[in-house]
Design a protein around this ligand. Sequence first.
Ligand code: NDP
Length: 497
Amino acid sequence: MLRADVAITIAPEVNKFLATPRKMLIDGQWVEAASGRSFAVYDPATGEVIASVPEGDKEDIDRAVRAARTAFDSGPWRKMTTSLRGRLMNKLADLMEQHAEEFAQLESLDNGKPASIARVADVPLAIDMFRYMAGWATKIEGNTIPVSWPGTYFAYILREPVGVVGQIIPWNFPLLMAAWKLGPALATGCTIVLKPAEQTPLSALLLGELIQEAGIPAGVVNIVTGFGKETGAPLAAHPDVDKVAFTGSTEVGKFIVQAAGGNLKKVSLELGGKSPNIVLKDADLDTAVVGAANAIFFNHGQCCCAGSRLYIERGIFDRVVDGVAEQAKQIKLGHGLNPETQMGPLVSDEQLTRVTGYLQSGLSEGARPLCGAQRYGDTGYFVEPTVFVDVKQDMKVVQEEIFGPVVTALPFKDLDEVLTVANDTIYGLGAGIWTKDLSKAHRLAAELHAGTVWINCYNVFDAALPFGGYKQSGWGREMGHEVLENYTEVKAVCIRL
Ligand code: NDP
C-alpha cells in the first residue's frame, strides 16, 4: 500500500466556514437547537474535530415541520409559476458552481473522500441534478383519459405535489444525496425538512446558505442537524409530514416504514446492496480488471451499489483476481485534500470497527486475502483495499453489506450457475457484466434481480437514469422522471358533460 504524503492546504473560505459556529435552517432563519446542545464533526483522516453543529431533537423537527407546512399551505412556493420555480433552481445550481471548490473541500474534510474525486463526481453531479430537475418543474403534466362513456363524461389527471416531505440522507455522498432528494421535491412544489447524516452535515449547511441566496422562499427547505434516533425518527413518524424519503441501511429503512405507519405517509427507500459483478471469459480483460477494481474501491467501497461480489468465469479467474489485487496495491491512501490521494479513510470510527470486523470474520471463515485485510496506519479510519479469494457463497463476507473496500471473488462455470449465485442475496440494487457477447449480456441483464445493470462499465450515474432497488434494496426510484412519482399525488377529475 502506498501512502500519499504531501502537506494539505485548505481554502480560506473553507476555513472561515469551519470557524463560524454552525446553525440549522428553520423557516428561513439560522437557529440553534431548541435544547442549546451541539455536537462535534470530525475529519475522519485525523480524528480531529473540525466543526460543531446544533444537536436537533423532536422539538426542532416540530418547528421545522410547522415551517414547511406553512410554506406549503400558504407560502408563495406553490403559487409561483413553474417557470420561476425552475429558474430559482437553476440559480441555485449557478451558485453551487461558484462555490464548487468549497463544496469539494468540505466533502473531503467531512467524509474523507479525495477532493479530486468530489470535484469531478459529487459536486458536478449534484449541480446537474438541480439543473435536470429544474427542467422538470415546467413539465409535470397530467393527461386526458378516454372513459367508457364518450360524450357523457370528460376526465383528466392532475399531478399535484405530495406536500411536506421529510428527507433523511446518509454520509457516503452527502451533497449528492441532498441533491438527489431536494431536486425532485423542489421541482414538484413540495416543501422539505432535510436531515443530513450526523457524520457529514457540513455541505448541506453550505447548500442551505445558497438556497436562501437563490431566493427560494423561507420554510421551503429546512435543514435540521442531529442524530438518527432524536431527529430522523421523529421526522419519519411526524403526523404532519406527508412523505418520507430515506437513503441508508436496510435495517433503519425498516424502522422508517414502521414509523411512517402512524399517518400512512408515503415512503421511498434507497437501501443497502451486495451487488454482483460478473466477468465472462470473452470480455476485454484489461478493461474488466480496471472496471472491477473501480466498482468496489470507488468511494472506499462506501457505495450502496459497490460491486462487492466478483464472479469470474473459470479459466480467467487467476488473471482477473490477480489484476484486481494489483490495482488495489497501487492505490494511494491518504488525506482527501492531498492531491496525490486516491483513497481516503472510512467515514468514522464506527465504520472502521464494522469493516475490520468483517475482515476478521472473512479470515476466520477461511477466506484468503490477496491484499489488504487490515487497518492502514494508526491515525484516522483507513482500511487497506482488500481482495478475498477462497470464499464460499454462504460466508458472511459474501452475504452481508460490508460498506468498505472489500471484494470477494468466486469462480463460476456457466451462465445458469452465475445467475443462481448472483441473485442469491436479499438485495437487488446494482449489477455489472463484462463481456463482448451481446446475447449473453442481454440474457444476464434480463435475469439479474437488480435496479441497475451496467454492461462493460460500472458506477455510471446520470440525473436522467433512474436508480433504486429490487428486494430489500428499497422502494421507488431516485432520479430520472421516475422519481417524480415519489413526490406527486395523482388526482383524477371527472366531469359530467
Ligand atoms: P443509517 O441507516 O443508520 O443512517 C442513514 C441515515 O438515517 C442517517 O441520517 C441517520 O442518522 C438516520 N437514522 C439512523 N437511525 C434512524 C432512525 N431510527 N430513524 C430515522 N433516521 C435514522 O446508516 P449508518 O450510518 O449507521 O451506516 C450503517 C450501514 O448502513 C453502513 O455500513 C451501510 O451498510 C449502510 N448504509 C447504506 C447507505 C446507502 O447509500 N444505501 C448509506 C449509508 C449507510 P445518523 O447519521 O444520526 O445516524
